[in-house]
Write a protein that binds this ligand. Sequence first.
Ligand code: CP
Ligand code: NVA
Length: 302
Amino acid sequence: MRHLLKLLDLSPEEIVEILDLADKLKYQKAHNIPHPRLAGKSLGLVFAKSSTRTRISFETGIFQLGGQALFLSANDLQINRGEPVEDTARVLSRYLDGIMIRTFAQEEVEALATHGDIPIINGLTDFCHPCQVLADLMTIREHKGLLSGLKMAYIGDGNNMANSLIVGGLKMGMTVAAACPKGYEPWQQVLDYAAENPAFSLTTEPLEAAVDADILVTDVWASMGQEHEKVQREQAFAGKYQINEALLRVAKSDAMVQHCLPAHKGEEIARDVFEAHAAEIFDEAENRLHAQKAVMVLLMEQ
Ligand code: CP
Ligand code: NVA
């Protein structure tokens, strides 16, 4: 593994390697065992969109590994004034040991990897959110003891989270059922990948997808960059695409709930369901730190 651009690029074995190392690093952190595996290394964090969890977990994660982070707002870089990505990649490769980037187009992340010669980590694009889903898989495995054979139901927008959950879940041997409104399906590249796997299904009916689910997952109806579609999206999603008691009733009795956060309670998730499952949801947020530390070690340790 040279980069983390999208989960489609990883083998099941590589995902398991990340999750196993994440568990080990979480144990070391909990027991105050020093693990300065990236001493002297620098990671650039390029953000063209807002962030709470991603920024803070990467900054503190590389600090715990003995390295340093540089927060680079895309607005303040010359890239915002037209400097080409291929030149930015070649320049940053001379200073840094790795780059995490959160931006709009997946192509920009792929271009950094093509033109630079340091590891590139995708911290969210419109297409996918691999760091988040590695943390989700880590959390599910922690709570359920395994991944293979579990059923995950994704309810809501066929967005970056849906795309990565479908790919990550299927690669780990899970059954994945997605319920998305018409016109808001997961991206074609992901549907093409999933079409080869009988463990995947897509419906417009959340109650159908949630039957016997071990895990219910959702995400916001309007993602970053889609704020102008808010009203139209509310019409397509409201009253149906929500994790609530009705969905939990048809899921397994011990079903867990995941949400990448930030959540819009009362929209994609009912407030009482969010609070009843808050322990799992905030474990998921914490695991961003451990999963990303594993990714950084595997990509940046010499
Ligand atoms: N879940 C997630 O990526 O959160 P942030 O947008 O706060 O980084
Ligand atoms: N789908 C959301 C995820 C935020 C972490 C977005 O892209 O805004």
